[in-house]
Design a protein around this ligand. Sequence first.
Ligand code: 0PR
Length: 386
Amino acid sequence: MKFNPRGEKYNNVIEELEKIREMDIHFDSSRILGSMCTRPHPIAVKAFEMFIETNLGDPALFPGTKEIEKRLVEIMKDFTNAPSNAMGLVVSGGTEGNITAIRIARALSKKRKVILPEGAHFSFQKIASLMNINLDFVRLDEHYCTDVNELEAKIDKNTAAVVAIAGSTELGTIDNIPVISEICSEKNVFLHVDAAFGGFVIPFLKEMGYDLYDFDFKIEGVSSVQVDHHKMGCSVIPMGMLLVRNREWIEDVSIDSPYVSIPKQATILGTRPGASVAAAYAVIKYLGREGYKKIVEKCMQLTEYTAKRIEEIGLKLPVKPALNVIGIKLKNPRKVYEELSKKGWRVAKIERISCIRLVIMPHVTKNAVDKFIPDLEKICKKTGEI
Ligand code: 0PR
C-alpha cells in the first residue's frame, strides 16, 4: 500500500475502495449465517445519508436531529412499556448501553458487585476492567438460562446490580425475568435487562402467540433495558438505546460539558452520530409494529425449518430455539467452524458451550439454508460428529 502525500484522483480512490470492499462478505451473498447484524433497511440508509453531518453531542446546532432523538425515545418507551418518567439514552450499541446501565447502578448504590449469568456478553468484562467492578457469575440451568436460586443466594450487601438476558448472545435464550425481578425488588437491587438482541424480537413473537417471558418495564422490578437498533431493529451501525425507569437516575452519571450546547452529557460518547438516530427513526416509523412482526415471523419460521433440518441429519441442539438463534452441539465446534469457513459459510463458534451458532437474520434465505445443510452434513460426517 502506498500513500501519496499529494493526494489522488477521486475515481482512483473510489476504485480502490470498491476493490477492497469486494474482500468483505456481503449480507446479500447468503453466506453470513452467524451474525447478529443484517443489511440495514433501505429507508434507514436514506435517512443516514440525509443526516450524515449531524452531531448530537452539540444539539444547539442540530435542533431538528435532537427532535428526532426525542421522538424516537418516546417510541422506544412505548415499545418497552416504560412508565412516563422513564428516559431513553441513545447509545452506540449493546456494549455502551450495558456500560451505562452499570455506571448508573453503581452510582445509585455505591457498591461494586454485579451478578450476571455465565455466557453474558463480553461487554460486561470490559465494564469490570473500566469501573473496578467485581463480576459474580451465576450458573446456567438445563435450559441455558440463569439459575434463579443460585442468583438469589449470591445477592448480598455489596451487590450493585443484577443482569438478566433477554435473547442471549450464545443461544438466544431468555431468563426468567419475572422471577428475577421479584427477587431484585424484594432485596432492593437494580435489575438491568440486556435485550440488545431480543428487544426487537420477543414482543413480536409474543404477539404471534409464542409463550415467552416478559422482559421489559411491564415487570415492576426491571430498572433498565438495553435494545439494539443495529441488530434486529434493522438499522445502521452504530445504534442502540438504553431505557431507564427513572429519568433522575441519568443525572447521577451526567458529566458537566461546559464547551458544548448542553450543560451535561450522560453518554460515554461526546460527539455522536445523529445519522444513526435518524436511520433508526425512519425504519421504525416506516415498518411500524406490523412491519417488524412480519420480519420476525419470517425469521422464526425459517429458524424452525432450519432447526428441524439440523436434527434430521443427526445433530443435536442444546435447546429448542426461543428466538431466531440456533445452537448446534458439537464435540469439536472449532473444527466444524473451520471446515464451514473453507466452504464459504460464516457461522459463529461458541466454544464455552461446545456449539456453533446460527442467527437467522432477515438476510438469511431458505435457499441458503438448503445449500448449507448438505455442506454441514458432509463436514460432520467427515469429522466424526455424526
Ligand atoms: N448484549 C448482547 C446480548 C449481545 O448479543 C451483544 C452483541 C452485545 C450486548 C454487545 O453489543 P454491541 O456489539 O452492539 O456493542 N452480540 C453479538 C455477538 O457477539 C455482536 C455481533 C454482531 C457479533 C454481529 C458478530 C456480528 O457479525 O455475537
